[in-house]
Design a protein around this ligand. Structure first.
Ligand code: PLP
Length: 285
């Protein structure tokens, strides 16, 4: 039976609960982080903790715990649930005031904090990484503050279903003619050896994996250009890939039915995946 963490307590999952008045439930007034676990250790915990603080700050939400305590809770859940490979999900909401009201509740309302683990044995050896994934492009109909990692994920969920219905793995979202990102990952193309990915702004989530992968690419003397690109340019690219905490670097081999290159994972995506996994495991805590 899985142990989860809710507001200071480690509980069996069946005994854990939050209020029906919780603003996460009523208004999606909450933020989250997902940190992967490889070999029982957390990958880039510091990056996720930093982004959590940023998301909370942008929403003027109080942090329920300090970073060292947050690390302890992550580690304790990994230990209690014997997670070798998998992930830790963390969510903080603005808490549960007495009534439903659009205005934020009083400052002293306790935030809600929930963490749970998901076990995914062999996470880094996913078969999809060998074949690559296929994507379709869809309009980006999300709100305008995608840099805040809120739990308001309905359009991402709808996008994933559009991809499924089209018989592919994921969707890349398009706004004003350019790709923003995948439903739950950052999007990249490679042309003539150059890695191209949209620059940071409020239009996309500032991926923790993105930051690490771009740094490692530059350290490996690869060329990186941060700019938007169109679906047409993407379909003519030599290769493509996505990054996220739970998929690391995942090759993309088809966009809207157009195969990229020879339709198999490209050399740069494969190399970056190897480098990212190797380097991240070394510094995992
Ligand atoms: N973009 C979106 C919309 C996401 O939901 C995610 C991850 O959940 C990412 C990008 C990748 O971010 P990270 O590398 O921090 O997991």
């Amino acid at each position: 039976m899985r142990t989860v963490y809710v507001n200071g307590q480690y509980l069996p999952e069946q005994e854990a609960s939050v209020s029906v008045f919780d603003r996460g439930f009523l208004f999606a007034d909450g933020v989250y982080e997902v940190t992967s676990v490889l070999g029982g250790k957390l990958i880039d915990f510091a990056g996720h903790a930093r982004r959590l603080q940023r998301s909370l700050g942008e929403l003027e939400m109080r942090s329920p715990v300090e970073e060292d305590e947050l690390l302890e809770i992550h580690r304790e859940l990994v230990r209690l649930n014997e997670i070798e490979d998998g992930l830790v999900y963390l969510q903080v909401t603005r808490g549960a005031p007495a009534d439903r009201d659009f205005a934020y509740p009083p400052e002293d309302t306790e935030p809600t904090i929930v963490l749970f683990t998901q076990s995914k044995p062999g996470l880094a050896e996913s078969p999809a990484a060998k074949t690559g994934i296929k994507v379709v492009t869809i309009p980006d109909a999300r709100w305008a503050r995608r840099d805040i990692k809120t739990v308001q994920l309905l359009y991402a969920s709808m996008g994933k279903m559009m991809a499924k219905k089209a018989g592919v793995d994921d969707a890349w979202m398009v706004e004003e003619g350019q790709i923003t990102e995948g439903t739950s990952n950052n999007a990249y193309i490679v042309k003539d050896g150059k890695i191209i990915t949209r620059e940071l702004s409020t239009d996309i989530l500032h991926g923790i994996t993105r930051a690490a992968v771009l740094r490692m690419a530059q350290e490996a003397q690869m060329q990186v250009e941060e700019r938007g690109f169109t679906p047409e340019e993407a379909k003519e690219a030599d290769e493509a890939f996505v990054t996220s905490a739970s998929t690391f670097v995942m090759p993309v081999v088809e966009i809207d039915g157009t195969p990229l290159g020879d339709g198999t994972p490209g050399p740069i995506a494969k190399r970056l995946r190897e480098i990212y996994l190797e380097e991240s495991r070394k510094v995992a805590i």
